[in-house]
Ligand binder design. Structure first.
Ligand SMILES: NC(=O)c1ccc[n+]([C@@H]2O[C@H](COP(=O)([O-])OP(=O)(O)OC[C@H]3O[C@@H](n4cnc5c(N)ncnc54)[C@H](OP(=O)(O)O)[C@@H]3O)[C@@H](O)[C@H]2O)c1
Length: 325
């Protein structure tokens, strides 16, 4: 059986529980991936301006709308990149995304990171005198950018707005200033990064979580989560693949999950629904209780962002903190 469930956001619209990730899918790969995914039954696509492949996602959309699926049955997410945070630039970057994707509206538009870069100097503006660093925009706050996203709701170009990579502190700041909760917080979450406090806070506030890197993003060459013995053991027990167990682990937690693949068999495999028992779920959660690994930390990127976003140990050396207001 494949995943068909949808979950409701706090503005009443529905989000399909499983989506296809597109980060690091090359322009050549992503067109086929999206077509295969939609043919396999995926109705939720996770995109972003910074992924540099939205035009190719757009080519795939032309192939599947309306022959495979009407536009209204798809849930398409994209994200505002850090160089577009100044309120006067927000709608411009949304328009660029819509034009790349070749669609009239997004189902969900997220602030990709609670970090602004100086505008009009490219996606990763070089910091003066420090070519291995990006230049942080110290003037623009997340509250200002959030207000600009809220204003987009009146344009007919977005059905919902939300955030990504926001901590409890960041969420509290934007809610306090505007009285408006994001519909979604898209965060890194997998058995090595349980995010229990954030998941619980979002549940209490009615903010839907979408879990990214559900298979354990492996750009750093560490042991892949699919190769962890705890995951393999449960996979053998339930007669599923390790990746299916990791997707089901996220589903068990009641949020949406967006595995990425560019391989047809894996795209199909990741969308096959399996069910975990409480015991299976807890056995896998033990991985993160013993070991905390966050893969996506901006200060470790190249070029480096010298800003403390998540308060991980390695971020303590950062020059900047997130500008809340
Ligand atoms: N908001 C954010 O800041 C943010 C950050 C990171 C990611 N995301 C979103 O979340 C999506 C998913 O996260 P992710 O791409 O970091 O990582 P992921 O989905 O956890 O893992 C993707 C990796 O797993 C491999 N894979 C996929 N299916 C597999 C299977 N069945 N068995 C074994 N390996 C498999 C993929 O290789 P193949 O492609 O070769 O199959 C790829 O190397 C992204 O694509 C993006 O849309 C958002």
């Amino acid at each position: 059986m494949s995943y068909r469930k949808t979950l409701q956001l706090n503005n009443g619209i529905s989000i399909p529980q499983i989506g296809l990730g597109t980060w690091l899918s090359s322009p050549q790969e992503v067109e086929n991936s999206v077509v295969w995914a939609v043919e396999a039954g995926y109705r939720h696509l996770d995109c972003a301006y910074v992924y540099g492949n939205q035009e190719d996602v757009g080519k795939a959309l032309k192939k599947v709308i309306p022959s495979v699926v009407p536009r209204g049955d798809l849930f398409i997410t994209s994200k505002l990149w850090n160089d577009g945070h100044r309120p006067s630039n927000v709608e411009k970057q949304l328009d660029a995304t819509l034009s790349q994707l070749g669609i009239a509206y997004l189902d969900l538009y997220l602030i990709h990171f609670p970090v602004a870069f100086v505008p009009d100097r490219g996606l990763f503006p070089e910091r003066a005198g420090k070519p291995d660093e990006v230049e942080i925009d110290v003037e623009t706050s997340i509250v200002e950018t959030w207000r600009a996203l809220l204003a987009l709701r009146n344009t007919g170009k977005v059905r919902a707005v939300g955030v990504s990579n926001f901590t409890i502190e960041h969420l509290k700041a934007i809610i306090k200033a505007t009285g408006e909760r994001p519909t979604v917080n898209q965060i890194e979450a997998h058995p090595l990064l349980l995010q229990e406090d954030l998941v619980e806070y979002c549940k209490k506030e009615g903010i839907h979580i979408t879990a990214y890197s559900p298979l354990g993003n492996n750009v750093q060459g560490k042991t892949k989560l699919v190769d962890y013995p705890e995951v393999k053991k449960v996979a053998n027990r339930v007669g599923a693949s390790a990746a299916q167990v990791l997707v089901a682990w996220g589903v068990y937690r009641g949020y949406s999950v967006i595995p990425k693949s560019v391989q047809k068999e894996r795209i199909i495999e990741n969308f096959e629904q399996i069910t975990l028992s409480r015991e299976d779920y807890e056995e896998i959660s033990e991985i993160g209780k013993k070991n905390h690994v966050r893969f996506n930390i901006p200060i470790t990127y190249s070029p480096k962002w010298s800003i403390n976003v998540f308060d991980e140990e390695i971020e303590k050396e950062a020059e900047y903190t997130v500008k809340l207001e």
